[in-house]
Design a protein around this ligand. Sequence first.
Ligand code: MRU
Length: 361
Amino acid sequence: MEEQKILGLESVALDDDNNALILLDQTLLPNEIKLLHLTTVDEVWEAIYELRVRGAPAIGIAAAYGLYLAAKKSSSDKFENFQSEFNAAKERLASSRPTAVNLFWALDRMAACLQRNRQLPLVELKASLRQEADDIKAEDTLVNKAIGEFALSLLQPGNGILTHCNAGQLATSRYGTATAPMYLGQERGYNFKVFADETRPLLQGARLTTLELSAAGIDVTLICDNMAATVMKNGWIQAVLVGCDRVAANGDTANKIGTAGVAILAHNFNIPFYVCAPSPTIDLNCPTGDDIHIELRKPEEVSEKWYTQPMAPKGVNIYNPAFDVTDNRFITAIVTEFGVIRPPYQQTLAQTLARVHPTST
Ligand code: MRU
């Protein structure tokens, strides 16, 4: 594996000439670089469900392109028929994963584009859907860069940073969210020392975050999830930075399973805990963390997935939630592309979004 190459590859891209969505298969990393060429809605659904593409922003971008390709393929010549095919594809893609709101946000944005342009000839309508999906992807890069700048303002040169899961370039169009300040810090000589939780059971931290950060020349150390308290107690961590899949209106935040425990530890050791959240991940329609649908995944991911032999007795009960919710009281700040938002989140999240999108809140 050429470590530099991983940063040069996009996790999600469109090959419009061949009517294909190109995905970097993240399930094979760090051992193999394989690009998938997906042409059907079912293939895109499978890639999202199996985490070949993963991370809230990347899932949204993949779904938007998947929906565009389905629409492009339609041979309907009447808007009504075209619309019902579009809606069926949208519904199918929306059923791939439940927790990251970016998936639904991106699909709804494509649907709004369809309605806005419904008077256009279908060929032009299809072009406008392509433009919308391109915009979703391009905006994500700008958003992440802005998050990186705001998050960097919370850090000091030489800081030790703990991160959980992968909220990196692979999970987005570029830069990542929680990793964006690490990349910017690297360019500016901050010499951060990053600790990456391995992130059981699917090992996004071990397989993806360490790969990305080491490719960028960042000092990164892999730890098992159960070592976080030790590195904190050793005084090696000055900040925790994580991504998120959905931020509720009161600031409760769903992210990869294990994040809530890290937040509680950080609170115990008086270490600031920062959530890096692109605004599409903030769901003001979701009142609290209790209202977030947490994905449950296959038991085999816990008992067998990475092992040559099963590591649990056959038939044992296994509980495998993919995400957990961090209580807003453990979150020091939520870093968005619009700035650093601090408690009380019930007010500050709504105020921030109302200021930047006056009509949508
Ligand atoms: O199950 P995953 O790998 O899709 O979970 C990803 C995470 O929890 C990320 O932290 C989150 O989506 C933010 S990515 C910028």
